[in-house]
Design a protein around this ligand. Structure first.
Ligand code: ADP
Ligand code: GN1
Ligand code: MG
Length: 369
């Protein structure tokens, strides 16, 4: 499969844009899919934009199942949003089918492409520029989980098996270390040891799930700040995007992944670890907002385990970056060498910070129970 750009002519011709396409350029900062913004020029009105994506073949083995999930979830959300007087065109994604009526288009080399309207009047943030903005994202992700409370979970396909199975992620890291395909393991010795010291932690949430303490819910599973679009005028988190991993999962993981990415003031691939620090104030702000958004849907045990969600999602993400580095950067997009190793290091620095501030984190959570 070649570079996504080389298929654009073919793919643009397959979708009903309703007006001439005037351009398509790469867009956003996702690590997984190839995302383009498409500009069209209707005769009688201003430019209309679309989001065109080639779904990652490395991440998603069954695009048909993936799109069935997304269509099911977005239609359900659309109905829920309408029922409460919202605007479904702005508050959820909508899949636009190609001319052949399928849910997505398959290019000449088997690449799977989908199309959404661009949600206008929104911004997508890469870092929590203000506490208010971070709170708005927390409210939106909490609310998302609440909206999907009644969704028939058994109809959802597992788009990535064992996605947040931290025990399995640990096993995959160990296998990558053993194989050491590119001879990169010596430079990762400290990081590998860091994980081994925390091997038992990898079972904490899964054990609570197995013991029936934590319930399985329909969750987003990839709750980075840049997976929610904020209203440009009000700053409210209005549209949750990147629905590829909506599957049965743990609410604490949705909480935790947001903390991992947003409760600090550095980039995920920052090389100066002195700049990478957990912001406990932002943890507090997010906890409150997430619980507000979830509106009483979380159980006492789920709330109690929120700090574990934060620590485990951060540790797991570091493990995944490290595994990908050892395997030759085959999963996460990179734009420079060692980027996945740098990403791993920021995650482990944050895990350390969480451990150091553990009592404060548990106190914060208690405050909002
Ligand atoms: P990835 O899985 O690679 O992260 P995303 O679905 O998150 O892909 O899309 C990447 C980026 O594209 C998002 O972070 C956001 O900036 C932008 N984006 C995606 N969908 C839309 C949309 N419907 N409207 C506006 N921007 C969007
Ligand atoms: C990926 O798709 P994106 O960029 O929003 C990844 C997440 C990781 C994240 C790390 C499907 O998220 O699981 O936590 O990168 N998504 C998938 O930044 O693997
Ligand atoms: Mg994304």
């Amino acid at each position: 499969m070649g570079k996504a750009e080389s298929y654009l002519d073919e793919v643009l011709g397959a979708f009903p844009f309703g007006a001439p396409v005037v351009g398509a350029v790469r867009f956003g900062q996702g690590h997984i899919n190839d995302t383009f913004v498409v500009h069209t020029q209707p005769e009688d009105r201003c430019c209309r934009r679309f989001i065109l994506q080639r779904m990652s073949a490395a991440a998603f083995k069954h695009p048909d199942e993936l799109m069935e999930n997304i269509i099911g979830v977005t239609e359900y959300l659309g109905r829920e949003i309408e029922r409460s007087g919202g605007d479904r065109e702005r508050e959820t994604l909508r899949v636009i089918r190609p001319g052949n009526g399928e849910p997505y288009y398959t290019d000449r080399d088997g690449g799977a492409w989908r199309l959404y309207p661009f949600v206008e009047g929104t911004v997508c943030c890469q870092s929590a520029e203000t506490p208010e903005l971070f709170a708005a994202s927390g409210r939106a992700f909490g609310h998302f989980q609440r909206l999907l409370q009644g969704y028939p979970a058994q109809t959802l396909h597992e788009t990535i098996p064992h996605f947040h199975d931290t025990e399995d992620r640990l096993a995959k890291l160990r296998a990558a270390v053993r194989a050491d395909k590119l001879g990169r393991s010596p430079e990762c010795r400290e990081e590998i040891a860091f994980v081994e010291e925390r091997a038992a932690d990898c079972s904490v949430a899964l054990r609570a799930l197995r013991e029936g303490l934590l319930p399985l819910r329909v969750t987003h599973n990839d709750t980075k700040l840049n997976n929610v679009l904020m209203d440009q005028a009000t700053g409210a988190g209005i549209c949750i995007i990147d629905l590829d991993t909506v599957m049965p999962g743990l609410s604490i993981n949705d909480f935790g992944d947001s903390i991992r990415f947003g409760a600090n003031h550095s980039a995920e691939d920052e090389t100066d670890l002195g700049k990478v620090n957990l912001d406990v104030g932002l943890f507090d702000v997010y906890t409150r907002a997430f619980l507000e958004g979830a509106g009483g849907t979380l159980t006492e045990a789920e709330i109690e385990y929120l700090p574990w969600g934060a620590k485990l999602m951060t540790l797991e993400c570091g493990i995944r970056f490290l595994t990908d580095y050892l395997e030759g950067d085959v999963y996460f997009h990179i734009n420079r060498e060692r980027q996945n190793l740098d990403r791993c290091r920021t995650q482990f620095k944050l895990v350390r910070d969480m451990e150091e501030h553990w009592d404060e984190l548990t106190e914060i959570v208690k405050k909002y129970r």
